[in-house]
Design a protein around this ligand. Structure first.
Ligand code: FAD
Length: 232
């Protein structure tokens, strides 16, 4: 009997975990991968992919305007946010299924559960309580968005929720520390701006070298604002 259940146990079926699992399995390793939410991870489910779909959607308004200048008559063009969100969800489900299929084809066993590390070689799957002994454990659990320590942050949402809004906000304000966060909300706000004529601003937070305050720089209007986070 083998000393371990698997050669490699990967926690997290996001971009990093899926790739590592498939490559290791391709070299003959017995691999199990645990995912507590949806296979595909941040990029596919609530990151790069939904963001890009929303960005693409936001561009059509300009295309219609430009087309008119080239002699086209584009009448009756309307935008429907729920249709966009439903189609985005369909595409994500398709990609998730493709990720499942690719892992299965590579003979990687998928455990749809949160995994916790008990010791250097033992994991527990919370869904079933089963223990798995692995020669090597790879932590590919990614990250999660956090709200900044600013007054009113409790009223804000993160990029996770931004892709599931029931309605397109007429106005939005984005405070972001990374380009992906900024571009995500910019995509939604660009939709809002083009279809509603609403206002939106995207600010990226950069720590000021001389003070504890953060300088917020608007990517669209180039204005800056200072925000001092509460002292913890
Ligand atoms: C809004 C947004 C837009 C982005 N746009 C881009 C882009 O355009 N281009 C680009 O290159 N990158 C983009 N990124 C970044 C990209 O999504 C991440 O760099 C990438 O997903 C990180 O992959 P990962 O495998 O490290 O983690 P993740 O993809 O986050 O995967 C980690 C997985 O682990 C799971 N998990 C965590 N803990 C456990 C546990 N204990 N048990 C079981 N499962 C667990 C999580 O559910 C998750 O599915 C974007 C990110 C965001 C948030």
């Amino acid at each position: 009997m083998a000393e371990y259940d698997v050669d490699l146990f990967v926690i997290g079926a996001g971009s990093g975990g899926v790739r590592a699992a498939r490559v290791a399995a391709g070299h003959g390793a017995r691999v199990m991968i645990a995912e507590e939410y949806r296979v595909g991870g941040t990029c596919v489910i609530r990151g790069c992919v939904p963001k890009k779909l929303l960005v693409y959607a936001s561009r059509f308004s300009h295309e219609f305007e430009d087309a008119a200048g080239f002699g086209w008559t584009v009448s009756g063009a309307k935008f429907d946010w729920p249709t966009l969100i439903a189609n985005k969800d369909k595409e994500i489900a398709r990609l998730e299924a493709a990720y499942h299929a690719n892992l299965a084809r590579a003979s990687v066993e998928i455990a749809e559960s949160r995994a916790v590390v008990e010791d250097a070689r033992t994991l527990r799957l919370l869904k079933t309580g089963a223990r798995v002994h692995a020669e090597t454990i790879l932590l590919a659990n990614g990250a999660h968005p956090v709200l900044p320590l600013i007054p009113g942050a409790e009223h804000a949402i993160t990029s996770n929720e931004a892709f599931q809004l029931a309605e397109l906000p007429r106005r939005s304000f984005t405070a972001a520390t990374r380009s992906c966060a900024a571009s995500t909300t910019t995509s939604a706000s660009t939709c809002a701006q083009r279809w509603w004529g609403g206002g939106s601003r995207s600010f990226s937070a950069r720590p000021s070298p001389r003070s504890k305050s953060k300088r917020m720089h608007c990517r669209r209007c180039s204005r800056t604002a200072s925000i001092t986070p509460p002292i913890r």
